[in-house]
Design a protein around this ligand. Structure first.
Ligand code: GRG
Length: 301
């Protein structure tokens, strides 16, 4: 099967899995559940659950405990998008080719849907502990990675630094920008791959290789996001382009120019591939995962 067909098939399977963990829309709080489901089921590449499941398989994982964690990370990712699109943050009208949650449900309900998704992510991940034969030690290590990488020492910390960097203009240094990218973007990609590795049975030194590889993937992914914000279109991306300029954001592209940003993106992707290929010495390999990382270098959305 070609990589593209396999990617399509796996994305559909992940969509189904995520849908099976979403709340039923009923009762007096039905509106928030409906806004949560609208946001999660709006599409998206499902990259984080896919990286998680492929890393899990790479380490020989085969149980069901990965599934609640896959749904949980997509819920956390989606909440971050819902909140990021709010008028108080990026104020965007389109995401994943659809109207953003606050445009459809109003601002108050979008705040609550984001909060709901973040909390429900942990309610969902905890379901892994209830599975028969669950390895509770691995599950609690995985949960702790997920919580930390999504929080103030991870994604929320990165978003804070990002918001404060707006309007600093040329005073934003490369070091500052790297902190933002590492925390806002790479942290959740690290969480995805590290949760997969821990549940799959990686030891500490292998886990640290995965953390490093995911760091490189995360920064490369963000640089490509910055490039697409300048070079793509609303139709292709499903969200507005020129958003960084609108919000006065310093990005790799404004700091280094498109060519150097592109070269750095490729170098970091190559580093990630080299680190993962290095695990081959332990007999740990997954060709689909490597192909997936390669595909991010040339992604157009
Ligand atoms: C509100 C705490 C909080 C955090 C927001 C996600 C985020 C942090 C901001 C959104 C803007 C942005 C450029 C984030 C960097 C990560 C990123 C490129 C997200 C988009 O991820 P994709 O491309 O989205 O995987 P899909 O829609 O495919 O799932």
């Amino acid at each position: 099967m070609s990589f593209d067909s396999e990617l399509k098939e796996k994305t559909l399977e992940i969509e189904k899995l995520i849908a099976s963990y979403l709340p039923e829309e009923k009762g007096w709080a039905k509106t928030v559940m409906s806004a949560m489901n609208y946001s999660v089921m709006a599409g998206g590449k499902r990259l984080r659950p896919m990286l998680m499941s492929e890393t899990f398989k790479m380490f020989g994982g085969c149980g069901k405990e990965i599934e609640p964690f896959m749904a949980a990370i997509e819920m956390i990712h989606t909440y971050s998008l819902v909140h990021d699109d709010l008028p108080a943050m990026d104020n965007d009208e389109y995401r994943r080719g659809r109207k953003t949650t606050h445009i459809v449900y109003g601002e108050a309900m979008a705040v609550l849907a984001g909060d709901g998704l973040l909390n429900y992510a942990f309610e969902t991940a905890l379901k892994a502990f209830e599975l028969e034969d669950a390895d509770l030690d691995k599950c609690s290590r995985a949960l702790s990675i997920l919580a930390k990488k999504a929080g103030i020492y991870g994604m929320i910390g990165g978003q804070t630094a990002d918001i404060e960097a707006e309007n600093l203009g040329t005073d934003v240094t490369e070091e500052h920008l790297l902190f933002i990218h590492e925390h806002k973007t790479a942290a959740l990609i690290q969480a995805a791959m590290m949760v997969g590795a821990v549940l799959g049975g990686a030891d500490d030194s292998q886990l640290s290789i995965i953390e490093d590889a995911a760091y490189n993937i995360g920064i490369a992914f963000q640089i490509q996001d910055d490039i697409l914000d300048v070079t793509s279109t609303l139709e292709t991306l499903g969200k507005p382009v020129g958003s960084d300029e609108k919000n006065n954001k310093t990005t790799y592209v404004t700091l280094k120019g498109i060519d150097e940003a592109g070269a750095q993106q490729k170098a970091m992707s190559a580093k990630a591939i080299e680190l993962i290929e290095g695990l081959g010495r332990y007999g740990i390999k997954n060709d689909f995962l490597l192909e997936l990382i390669r595909s991010l270098i040339t992604r157009i959305k």
